[in-house]
Design a protein around this ligand. Structure first.
Ligand code: URA
Length: 305
């Protein structure tokens, strides 16, 4: 029982830090909660008093809702108003120390942490801090928030193959995301995440200074934006009607050339040579600009049916 009260308290604190100001609770849930708290106090020989869960997590008093109005899902953190984006200031000094300081800052950011369920992690960029090439994705998914590393799930495995196709190793490049937490489709209870959703503009705006700071520290020569969210985050929300308008062309971000291409998950959904070739042609442009050697074999990848 203590464990479940602690879990509720942590969840309320997490929601509060994420900006949620009220939590709908059914009469029945409230009755059970009170019974649990009363039981715990009785065990401890204390007189009945206000619920410690509510006291420890000072969100507004739960708003009672008739059962039929109770949402099936919890209030999504995305609905919450976020504080203004962080102002990042890094210490002077060696690149590795600056990167490590930035990583600590992000991993301990209370807003990022508030969006991460117990046992899951805020996700910071990974790779070679001297990389000439940096890939920017959307947001951590289920695997990434468990391992605390970008692109380690199915899309990440495909990204690794793309990097290898370019004649590089994953450890040669730097990989970051627009978002440092997994935008969730809320499940029906604590820990009940059921899927990813695209981040909101506000969420992207919140995390963007952290990506900018990584670009500033790593200072890659070239950037590659993977998919629509990365493009929206870097080049502006609603700037392009479709990703097709932006992909395969050089743009600029933070004074660096930026190639736009599809997200690897697009290929996972439609694994045809035609689609693979589209991404590959974008990556050939990146290789050319980076001065990487390109063999005839590489030039011909995915030309077959
Ligand atoms: N998709 C992304 O955009 N980023 C990840 O880290 C994983 C999947």
């Amino acid at each position: 029982m203590r464990a479940s009260l602690t879990a509720i308290t942590e969840e309320l604190q997490r929601l509060k830090a994420a900006g949620v100001r009220s939590v709908p609770v059914t009469d029945e849930a409230l009755r059970r909660l009170r019974a649990q708290v009363a039981g715990r106090r009785a065990e401890a020989g204390e007189a009945a008093a206000p619920a410690p869960a509510a006291a420890a997590a000072p969100v507004e008093a739960p708003r009672r809702m008739p059962r039929e109005e109770t949402p099936v899902t919890a209030v999504p953190p995305a609905a919450a108003k976020l504080p203004p984006p962080p102002e990042v200031s890094l210490p002077e000094g060696a690149k590795a120390a600056r990167w490590a300081a930035l990583r600590e800052l992000v991993l301990n950011d209370p807003v990022c942490r508030a969006h991460v369920k117990p046992g899951k992690q805020v996700v910071f960029g990974v790779g070679n801090i001297d990389a000439r090439l940096m890939f920017v994705g959307e947001a951590p998914g289920a695997e990434e928030e468990v391992q605390g590393e970008p692109f380690v799930g199915p899309a990440g495995q495909l990204l690794t193959k793309m990097i290898q196709g370019m004649g590089l190793q994953r450890s040669d490049v730097y990989i970051g995301n627009i978002m440092n937490w997994r935008p969730e489709i809320p499940g029906s209870g604590p820990g009940g995440q059921v899927g990813n959703r695209p981040p909101t503009e506000e969420e992207m705006r919140y995390c963007l200074p952290y990506l900018r700071a990584q670009i500033e520290v790593v200072a890659p020569a070239l950037l590659v934006a993977l998919g629509k969210t990365a493009v929206e985050g870097l080049l502006g929300f609603n700037r392009f009607k479709t990703l097709g308008e932006a992909r395969g062309r050089w743009h600029e971000f933070a004074g660096r050339p930026l190639m736009v291409t599809y997200h690897p998950s697009y290929i996972l959904r439609e694994p045809t040579n035609k689609k693979k070739r589209l991404i590959w042609e974008d990556l050939l442009q990146v290789m050319e600009k980076a001065g990487l050697p390109i063999s005839e074999k590489q030039r011909g990848y995915f030309l077959g049916k």
